[in-house]
Design a binder for this molecule. Sequence first.
Ligand code: ATP
Ligand code: MG
Length: 590
Amino acid sequence: MITRMSELFVRTLREDPADAEVPSHRWLVRAGYIRRAAPGIYSWLPLGYKVLRNVERIVREEMDAIGAQEVHLPALLPKEPYEASGRWAEYGANVFRLKDRKDGDYLLGPTHEEMFTLLVKDLYSSYKDLPLSLYQIQTKYRDEARPRAGLLRGREFVMKDSYSFDVDDTGLQKSYDRHRDAYIRIFNRLGFEYVIVHATSGAMGGSASEEFLAVADNGEDTFVASPGGYAANVEAVHVIAPQPLPYDHAPAAHVHDTPDTPTIATLVDHANAQLPRADRPWTAADTLKNVLVMVRQLDGTREPLAIGLPGDREVDLRRLAAQLAPAEAEVFTEDDFVDHPSLAKGYIGPSALGRENSSGIRFLVDPRVVTGTRWVTGADRAGQHVFDLVCGRDFIADGVIDVAEIKEGDPAPDGSGPLRLARGIEMGHIFQLGRKYAEALGLKVLDSRGKLVTVTMGSYGVGVSRAVAAVAEGACDDKGLCWPREIAPYDVQILATGKGDAVLNAATDLARELDAAGVAVLLDDRKASPGVKFADVEIMGMPTSVVVGRGLAEGMVELRDRRSGGSENIPLAEAVARIVAVVHGRPAID
Ligand code: ATP
Ligand code: MG
């Protein structure tokens, strides 16, 4: 069936939506694909819904191809399984919670590990039933703190989530590898540039985990890549600790007056002016900066934490959040300083935190702060710093915390050279969950020797609605969208431009013939000016368009390629054959 623009439920917009931060959001709204219903919540219009279903089709085909079976669980879920796993509390404000008429607690599913674990427990009891992979394509709900960028971070969104069940670790590794291969095929077909990076597992628990990131300058994730092929989300980068240094010949620590030096920059300037080194100037990397945060646990208790790190680096808040999860870091306020009088703000040092630890505050240091390293740091009195303070001799930390920012050019953990930093959008995430959920919910099977063993699980997600935006992000220009053919709503848009029945009849006949040949056609049959139709075809982004208009008198139509911008006049009589060839992947028009 051909779709006529005169009947299609669509309105293209000439103006950008006020809240559009990124191109995909702007164009999906302007081209009439989606409409905002509430912050982070969108309605799918006919064109957008076709794209969404095309993405779903690709995901479904690849999941089916690895033998995963499609199911569909409810989105409205009881509290108890999530209480058993601990996530009812862990999810905090991120989950939508609601009550039924009997005052029972429910939630709108943010992800479904618990429900799948229970479903398998319900029906399976033997190792012979495994391995098993189940998946669903379903609407998920998360009350994100900052919904943004249209479909990229929604509060209601579509996810493909799958779960694997195996009796042992070897089986889990196989299931994981199969999913990884399927994801590679999915993202190759979706056609955007992506990287596979090591990841942290966050609120999921579990161990091995990788993310598929679409490479995009406006992505929210930062990843690193090394010349040797190591790639990781910055949250998951582990800094390699240097070897301890000998300090037998290090001078004793000495305190100096350093008035008005509450910042690293002022301290370094002062040291270079008043206490110059013989070998080289002081730099921020010689200083030890002690940063205080408040850690709020799930039960609401707050506890201060001091983080000691080289003064040329900031604490990376995302790395900190990943390390502390499910606890959260909060700002250490002026009131908190009042409550801890041994902390001299701007001059916090070893006697408040290190060996004597007069403050009683937990003190964790960056992995670079190893025994024998010498530091300039606060002397616990305003206007004073201590020099040649030796780690392991003059102060001892309570442990290590790897939360300093990663910088472009830092040595790669694989030793292959400097790290490069780039940004991306998380499109997929694969985890080896292990036995966390199976243990919490009692999913056990009899193994081959008749012994009860806990099942080991994997969990695998693809952001299906996010993929619509991510593809659009890489497939648009200053005029609008330009879809890759596999997910475009239609293959061909036919524009009838010009007055009179002849043009419209020829365009309609062409549309019918293409439709009969299996080509998905959108016919712009509106009584609108050619200018309006030309603008809309660019905004809406079908890969191929045909202009039936001025050339018709000579039996010619114009064939256009949205991506290359190329066009060619071809005889109407040959149009069907040419277009069918183009649609089926024969050379595009240049
Ligand atoms: P993020 O770090 O972006 O918040 P996440 O790690 O919380 O994502 P997962 O729980 O791993 O997400 O979910 C699997 C996939 O679902 C993600 O890789 C992403 O593609 C998609 N996704 C997650 N949150 C959202 C959201 N708010 N809107 C759209 N898609 C999302
Ligand atoms: Mg994730």
